[in-house]
Ligand binder design. Structure first.
Ligand SMILES: C[S@@+](CC[C@H](N)C(=O)[O-])C[C@H]1O[C@@H](n2cnc3c(N)ncnc32)[C@H](O)[C@@H]1O
Length: 255
């Protein structure tokens, strides 16, 4: 009979030994292991099968039907950490499972953390992931989710919104294309539709001199930056070769 490693390798898992260990560790018993193995062999992301993803040194709870935080976004987390002082009000908008907010809170003590998303399933995980830092979660369409009391008080608005151009979704790896909800990926015709909506209202929510940080791609960065400028923010892009990542940072006018 084929071993777990052989089955995973035959299914195209490059790190079959490592994955076999993680699946075995996650399984409650033999029946559960068979179920996890079948899901992985069918192409579900390893992270949602085992129930957690590593992000910025933290173990984030994830599960079927949510976006798995990407290593690339650790660059956005680092940029947000650099902007957040002790006691800052930090909002993780389009938070998914809340990895960015949790990462910032784990590095900057004493922040007031809010995480918001439109998707109830993702927020179920986010609630648990931000709980160790006293984070609160809110459900709704972009800013409509946030308590009105946050208007004009947000020091760091960290956003990894969907930014894949609609026509390019078909080119994504099957793990994303087939297992992550379309609403977590689809950024509209040029990928920047959600960025434009975020940028248009950001100045109303940021504190004087507050920062909006948005993950984008190198190709889309000029469009994202232009959206921030139209929203009244001073925009600049930063990139990382290590993380293959680009972040546009907007600064609200000082008081
Ligand atoms: C690319 S995923 C990123 C999730 C998380 N920020 C991360 O980096 O792991 C985008 C997230 O945006 C959320 N989203 C999409 N449209 C939204 C909207 N109009 N309002 C709030 N959240 C939205 C999706 O539900 C999804 O969780």
């Amino acid at each position: 009979m084929a071993t777990l490693v052989e089955l995973l390798r035959a299914a195209g898992c490059v790190f079959a030994e490592e994955e076999a260990e993680l699946l075995t560790e996650a399984a409650r018993d033999e029946d559960h292991l068979a179920e996890l193995r079948a899901r992985r062999v069918a192409g579900e992301p390893l992270e949602t099968v085992v129930g957690w993803a590593r992000f910025h040194g933290l173990r984030m709870e994830v599960g079927e039907g949510v976006f798995v935080p990407r290593r690339r976004s650790e660059f956005l987390a680092r940029q947000a950490v650099a902007q957040a002082g002790r006691g800052a009000v930090v909002v993780d908008l389009c938070c998914g499972v809340g990895a960015l907010g949790a990462a910032v809170a784990s590095r900057v003590p004493g922040i007031e953390l809010h995480a918001a998303d439109i998707d109830a399933r993702a927020l179920g995980y986010a609630r648990r992931n931000v709980a160790p830092y006293g984070g609160r979660v809110h459900q709704g369409d972009l800013y409509a989710a946030l308590p009105a009391a946050l208007r004009g008080r947000v020091d760091v608005l960290v956003v990894n919104a969907p930014y894949v151009p609609t026509e390019e979704i078909a080119l994504l790896p099957a793990e994303a294309r087939d297992h992550e909800p379309l609403a977590t990926l689809d950024g509209g015709p040029d990928g920047v539709a959600v960025h434009r909506r975020v940028a248009a209202e950001a100045a109303q929510w940021l504190s004087p001199g507050g920062r909006l940080l948005i993950e984008t791609s190198a190709r889309q960065a000029p469009l994202t930056a232009s959206a921030l400028t139209s929203g009244g923010l001073a925009a600049r892009a930063v990139t990382s070769d290590e993380f293959h990542a680009t972040v546009v940072i907007g600064t609200a006018p000082a008081a």
